[in-house]
Design a protein around this ligand. Structure first.
Ligand code: DOR
Ligand code: ZN
Ligand code: ZN
Length: 439
């Protein structure tokens, strides 16, 4: 099967250029000024951008154990609709992906159901070092410094250093941390226990909670020269840490909800914007944007964490934290380009090239000859409202609903197969997600 894209403005992490692109089966075969080969399918992309597929390096697709919230069919559909061709799944499923058996079982289910490419995080715990050492093919380890939805704090306060030291010394993958300090947030939870408004979430898990944990993690990574990644960085104080200590060994990611939502949104969304770490004030958000713009932040990932409406629609203390996002990340960032907050190349840097580089993913994250044909056609002029009814996630809602966004993915190809066209999932029987190869 050959697909020819004519007159595409192809985007890399640093520049754009108008080219023809020939795809043969799963790969990008040729990129040139003018390709006149006969193809099975030809698209004239005049006026459109062609981007490498988004690699969302942080999703919770809930399988196994919480399939009522999401499964790989609905999660993949949400990804395809959002221009996402690869996702990395987190280990807080049931059972946790913290044993070799659990990893093998998850691999088996996902291989049968995924319509986008994928990678797995393996949970690092106080007592599973042997399994961590043997967990082959994973993209990285995930360590929870504080408790969060479906997850106790993995490293107890006293042994987090031992745990990280062991992982750094005995394995060679990135250690991604959920950095929130358990002891401080428990203290805050006591102070606010009589308060039932969703706003209290940002006070309990305030910037000190995030900063204290991130500082500790960075200190340990420095000491052992470990490769550490701070997930979902959300505060000015953490940005300052990363500005000081970040680099190739210590990296960070930011989520769209921390860039586009703030504590103002509690009044209209309540528990539907309850997420860990929580949304912040305007000042933190401005500082995050600056760090995203100037390259201190290497990747943007959605932390897609769906929960059903009825689970959210309860008392603050009973509502699970987490918001869906895999479908809306790219449109939000494209809208930011139209708003002149970013260049289109930044979108590729943060959503495709950055994650591929950071996790050592082979043959993805750029439009290059020989690379996988994971591709997204983008229409920068399409203006559309985010609507709950268009969300493909099983949860069926979005914290970004009602926003008007300009710039949307129009077609998504997974290794050469068209899986989404104009918001509709197509040919899903032909699509087959494949586990990424990392080095
Ligand atoms: O809000 C969150 N929800 N933060 C997490 O760290 C986990 C996630 C979930 O799995 O629901
Ligand atoms: Zn987390
Ligand atoms: Zn997460």
């Amino acid at each position: 099967m050959k697909i020819l894209f004519k007159n595409a403005e192809i985007v890399s992490a640093s520049e754009t250029s108008i080219k023809d692109v020939l795809v043969e089966d799963e790969k990008i075969e040729k990129i040139d000024d003018n390709i006149n080969e006969k193809a099975d399918k030809e698209y004239d992309l005049t006026g459109k951008y062609l981007l490498p597929g988004v690699i969302d390096a942080h999703v919770h697709f809930r399988t196994p154990g919480y399939e009522a919230k999401e499964d790989w069919k609905t999660g993949s559909a949400a990804a395809l609709a959002g221009g996402v061709t690869t996702v990395f799944d987190m280990p807080n499923t049931k059972p946790h992906t913290t044993t070799l058996e659990a990893l093998a079982a998850k691999r088996e289910i996902v291989a049968r159901n995924a319509k986008v490419n994928y990678g797995f995080f393996f949970g690092g715990e106080a007592d599973n070092l042997e399994d961590c050492k043997e967990a082959e093919g994973i993209v990285g380890f995930k360590v929870y410094m504080g408790a969060t939805t479906g997850q106790k704090a993995l490293g107890k306060k006293d042994n987090i250093e031992d745990l990280l030291e062991d992982l750094f010394a005995n394995t060679d993958r990135v250690v991604a941390v959920h950095a929130e300090d358990e002891a401080i947030m428990q203290k805050h939870a006591e102070v606010y226990q009589g308060d039932h408004t969703a706003e209290v979430h940002s006070l309990i898990r305030n910037d000190e909670v995030a900063f204290t944990a991130a500082k500790k993690a960075i200190h340990i990574a420095k000491k052992y020269e470990g490769r550490m990644h701070i997930c979902h960085m959300s505060t000015k104080k953490e940005v300052e840490l990363i500005r000081k200590f970040g680099g190739d060994l210590i990296t960070c990611e930011v989520t769209p909800h921390h860039l586009f939502l703030s504590i103002k949104d509690y009044s209209t969304h309540g528990n539907f914007v309850k997420v860990n770490p929580p949304i912040r004030g305007q000042h933190d958000q401005d500082i995050l944007w600056k760090a995203v713009q100037d390259g201190v932040v290497r990747i943007i990932a959605s932390d897609h964490a769906p929960h059903l409406r009825e689970e959210k629609d309860v008392d603050y203390w009973k509502a699970p934290a987490g918001v869906p996002g895999v479908q809306t990340t790219l449109p939000l960032m494209l809208n930011a380009v139209n708003d002149e907050r970013l260049e289109i190349q930044d979108v590729v840097r943060l959503l495709s090239y950055g994650p591929a580089k950071l996790y050592g993913v082979q043959s993805k994250g750029a439009i290059r000859e020989g690379y996988d044909a994971d591709l997204v056609v983008v229409d920068m002029n399409l203006m559309q409202q985010v609507k709950d009814k268009d969300m493909k996630s099983k949860c069926g809602w979005s914290p970004f609903s009602d926003m008007y966004l300009k710039g949307w993915p129009e077609m998504t190809f997974v290794r050469g197969v068209l899986g989404m066209e104009n918001g509709r999932i197509v040919r899903s029987e032909e699509l087959e997600g494949k586990e990424v190869v990392v080095s």
